[in-house]
Design a protein around this ligand. Structure first.
Ligand code: TGC
Length: 396
């Protein structure tokens, strides 16, 4: 197996057209460089093996925590208080290695920690956020149910008030990290509507089971969860979360990270294809001299550059406090769709070798199929945009 480090000459050629890194502010660039180093030194050397073996390398969690990546956009409670743009750049670099590791940072920081930071009591924040930022406690975000993820309003998991306690009953599916989590942010239907609860995973009646047989996201963990009369005190309820607006505002954070992250996977595929075009001899010359090869590379470059510029624009809006959910839908839909197209085109340029683990392309393509579905499918984001344009909701 050759290593999957981005070939330096291809990287230089890409940067010579547009140096997208140069658009970052110095502080943002520092975050990006840290993430690029961690991805190259700690993740890339083992990722093909972990993907092959369906292994989440949990021992890397302290390394990511030590760099400050966990909940890095949250202020206080041991979190770095970095900009949204810096967080996006970190997502891009981690996903350039593998979507599974961007997903880890996303589930921990954008979903579980964000839910606590946005809606938790002072006690809940003090209890969980510093430990989660340090990587000592892992969190998960239990929203999606086995009957389907696109319509959380139809959730069947219930939380019933009994005296000072709540009793949670139901099932969740596709919940990242649940089997190694210390705490689950659980969304459940109550008599007053959807509410969120912090459930320590050692509570009686909580059971998380990793989902087997995945052809995507094999270096990370997604689980089924069963709640069999899980009893928690009222102090476990997130006091500021009322209705679906709660989980949806956390999904906004995670979707935002994907806008950047998918472009990392795209970059990795583009670089592999570019390197091949420059180094492979066919019909008596370099493959890169053929017009069809150049046309493919040019199309990949266009969508990659546009995708990163869009991510940067959304990052600036988010840092200004003006980013709207429909704008995140533009980014999520575009980034994942175009990253997949880039991966597919790169695969074609690699020929048969493109389907092997000698190159990262097929792994990224498989992961991106999962990314395309979670945090709002292509269809859901299209419909969010359809509603934004027409004022008519096509969900019902
Ligand atoms: P509706 O049910 O009518 O609205 C409910 C309330 O939510 C508000 N809202 C939002 N708030 C903030 N940000 C958003 N993006 C929001 N979208 C909706 C809405 O304003 C309303 O508030 P209020 O106060 O008036 O009650 O919902 P809707 O008609 O607006 O939305 C319908 C639709 C289809 C867009 C929505 O249901 C949706 O986004 N569906 C997709 C859900 C999704 O992405 N699921 C995948 C989650 S991924 C996962 O669970 C796994 S976590 C990752 C891991 O663990 O690995």
């Amino acid at each position: 197996m050759t290593d999957t480090l981005a070939p330096a000459a291809a990287e230089a050629a890409l940067a010579a057209v547009f140096d997208l890194d140069a658009l970052l502010a110095p502080g943002e660039r520092e975050w990006q460089q840290k993430a690029r180093r961690v991805a190259r030194e700690r993740i890339l050397p083992v990722i093909e093996e972990d993907f092959e073996n369906r292994h989440f390398r949990q021992e890397l969690v302290p390394a990511l925590a030590a760099e400050g990546f966990l909940g890095m956009h949250i202020t206080g409670y041991g979190c770095a208080g970095a900009s949204a743009t810096a967080y996006g750049a970190v997502c891009l670099e981690l996903e350039a290695a593998d979507s599974g590791w961007r997903t880890f940072v996303s589930v921990q920081g954008s979903l579980a920690m964000s839910a606590i930071a946005k809606f938790g009591s002072e006690e809940q924040k003090s209890e969980w956020l510093p430990r989660m930022a340090a990587g000592e406690a892992i969190g998960c975000f239990a929203l999606t149910e086995p009957e389907g993820g696109s319509d959380p309003a139809a959730m069947r998991t219930t939380a019933v008030r009994e005296g000072d306690d709540w009793v949670i009953t139901g099932t969740k599916r596709w919940i990242g990290l649940a089997s190694i989590a210390a705490v689950a942010v659980v969304w459940a239907q109550t008599e007053e509507g959807v509410r969120g609860f912090l459930v320590p995973t050692d509570t009686a009646g909580f059971r998380a089971t990793p989902i087997e047989g995945k052809f995507a996201m094999r270096s990370s963990i997604q689980c089924d969860i069963a709640f069999d009369g899980v009893r928690v005190p009222d102090t476990a309820r997130l006091p500021e979360a009322r209705g679906l607006r709660g989980p949806f505002s956390c999904l906004n954070e995670a979707r935002y990270g994907i806008v950047w992250g998918a472009m990392g996977a795209a970059r990795s595929c583009l670089l592999a294809a570019l390197d091949r075009a420059m180094s492979r001899e066919v019909f008596g010359g370099p493959m890169g001299r053929f017009q069809l090869t150049q046309a493919k590379l040019a199309d990949m470059l266009l969508e990659y550059e546009k995708g990163v510029l869009l991510a940067l624009h959304l990052g600036r809006l988010k840092d200004a406090g003006t980013l709207e959910p429909a704008q995140i839908s533009v980014g999520k839909l575009n980034s994942v769709r175009e990253a997949l197209a880039i991966a597919s085109s790169a695969r074609s340029m690699l020929g048969g070798d493109g389907v092997t683990s000698e190159f990262p392309v097929m792994r990224h393509m498989a992961n991106l199929e999962a990314v395309r579905t979670y945090e709002g499918t292509d269809e859901i984001h299209s419909l969010v945009l359809g509603r934004a344009l027409t004022g008519l909701a096509a969900f019902a």
